[in-house]
Design a protein around this ligand. Sequence first.
Ligand code: ANZ
Ligand code: ZN
Length: 844
Amino acid sequence: MTDQRFNPLAADKRWQKRWADSGVFEADDASAKPRSFVLEMFPYPSGRIHMGHVRNYTMGDVLARFRRMQGFEVLHPMGWDAFGMPAENAAMANKVHPGEWTRANIATMRDQLKTLGFAFDWSRELATCEPDYYGQEQALFIDLFEGGLVYRKESAVNWDPVDMTVLANEQVIDGKGWRSGAPVEKRKLSQWFLKITDFAEDLLSGLGDLDKWPDKVRLMQENWIGKSQGLQFHFKLTENQQDIETVEVFSTRPDTIFGASFVALSADHPLTQQLAEDDEALATFAKECKAGGTTAAELETMEKKGYDTGLTVSHPLDPSWQLPVYVANFVLMDYGTGAVFGVPAHDQRDLDFARKYDLPVKRVISDGDHSDAEFIGNEAYTGAGKVVNSMFLDGLTVEDAEQEIINRAESEGWGRAQTTWRLRDWGVSRQRYWGTPIPIVHCDSCGPVPVPKDQLPIILPEDIDFENPGNPLERHATWKHVDCPKCGKAATRETDTLDTFVDSSWYFLRFASQPDDRPFDPDVVAKWLPVTQYIGGVEHAILHLLYARFWTRALASIGKLDFTEPFESLFTQGMVTHETYQFGDGSWLSPDEVQKNGSDWTAVSDGSPVQVGRVEKMSKSKKNVVDPDPIIDQYGADAVRFFMLSDSPPERDLPWSEAGIEGSWRFVQRLWRLFASIAENADAPVQEDKALNRKLHQTIAGVAEDIEALSFNKAVAKIFELVNLIEKSKASQDRNAAIKTLAPLVAPMVPHVAEEAWALLGESEMIANATWPAVDASLLVEDEVTIAIQVRGKLRDTLIVAKGIDKATMEELALTSEKVQRIIDGADIKKVIVVPDRLVNIVI
Ligand code: ANZ
Ligand code: ZN
């Protein structure tokens, strides 16, 4: 007799080894099958796998395994986004080399992933911190450099004056250095930029074709790219300021030009700077403005402040009308022209400003009820309407007035239609050690010279020290000093490394093809790309996904690729969440440090009271983390995988619960008992079980559809229903057959128990090589219907009848129903109404 219990401890390892030894999940570039590239965002090797990874990779794995069973050649790779700050922080804290720390983490996490039985093609594993990867990235950087897509520009960095080092944005906390606590200064450094703005229009219009991406992600990218169309024009200064005669502004609402009440300059505007030379109060004000935040959210909420320069400008449509010129903290220098005209009636920010400095507020757009010139109240009207109080624009719509003003400005020569973008070129220089060295040598005679490709990779030196703050590459005695590749004179290497987002902008290409002598083979890449299904966190909706789209376009523009969108379909999964626990003093406790006594929660350590807080994303800072390792040890990989799929729709959050994982464990055991029951029922009668067969084939079709749509929880629900029905069915050969078909049906989700069952049922091939069960379409249509039987409109009975029976038979069946006869009780039947396949209503 077969073991009544499935023992994952033994089975998981055995099957994982067989998958690895046989290489079943290695993708074949030469295969003639249709292809599917299933990719989950590769992890940063922070130390251990967390539940978010488990959920993400389980989803991808189910799809990858399912597509294999459907006859696709599947590429499902895994690797490591291995450069970045945490390794340097660990180096400083623990005196361990960042490489050693990173590689040890990779080893741990690789082992953890293997215990979950993911169908990865490990032969293509890559780590971005290894020279065979980043050396090829250096080659691509040089290609882009030679293609004119890389340039150098002065740009501000965060400078810690105590640690004498550049800080990454995330190392600046409330304006202070994270280690020194010293107020951070802005310093200008020459840095490398990639010309993503060359592709702004194309990155924007390309979003229109990404119909398998979530709308919210496309919208976020659209907003980030930020295309604005409007009018750029100048106001004439009433008196020239040295050589400055005009103030250039950009507006998306030139239709409101007659509602202007002031002009505002950015604190960094050249005119502001010139005036500040002789105006100490203005210089102080400008300095204050620069200290404030510059994010959109900060600008939105901060108090609007201005400084009256005393200058005036004349209105372009009425030279006798003069407007005051302010310097204002809400005007950014690096957007538009760094100067605006304010229309308080129709812009909230301008209205706040006007009320504060007592400036005129003139209505120029009617909201239907109002057209008075004097605008009352403190809420700007930003809606549509007809233009009023605006001379020749009166009566036009907002759109028509915009066009009219643009035409006039262009014909009179004081302005022109202009498109402005929020997107900025991508600064990729990082003053850090643990990243891809930028393959450039600086020569006094030749300038920046790219390192010849045959000298790549430029390998990071190992003998570095983290005793002193800053970038160890700058202090390295020999690495930095080289001869110029062009003229041979003494020169220095670039000591900046690349932003780690560069590493993740092309890794999917390297997964598809990884020759030794170049970044990828475009012909092989063309076979696999674009990625059929990409799965990851919505936190990457903007930067990573935009940079990857840009790199693909940039490489296409220099002839290295012949497609522009890397990810055909994108799915962003929800978070794994857990309750939070706190002591009265606010300090956090982890789930295994607390226990429930009756309705109260207490600390395991000393029984002191604990407060239960909100269910939130698992995070180390709140300690509400459940480590996958002991859970896998206890319940086995399949139960963990199944729980990740079953409880919530994949795009929503999944609250971790002990009850949930136990339920999944029990379900795996139920499956096993069914598989084992076949042997016990070997002699069961040959007897048709029509209901079961129908359910089976509906489930095969439904689960396939659900997995294809990544609606894993729906697929799980269907499998539950089928299993319930099988359990209730009488032993028969049909039942045995249904159970056997169940194995490939659940194999993508719970592959270990499925393999074990397959072997038990006498199959010599692995289920990993099995095909998806065929659907008998004739069983998908229901051939029975339930009809309602009413007496005087009231439901009295229901009957199951063959679909499509004639009216007379329906009537006869209804009238012979015992329940119905009791109600009629010999009364006269006046009328019988029959609706085919639906109901019979008897009127007495
Ligand atoms: C006049 C006006 C009237 C405006 C009105 C808006 C409403 P988007 O759509 O985001 O591109 N602006 C232009 N340059 C700016 C800068 N450097 N810093 C801060 N604000 C700036 O925004 C364009 C609008 O933002 C422009 O249109 C300008 O104000 C302001 F009823 O001009 B508007
Ligand atoms: Zn030189």
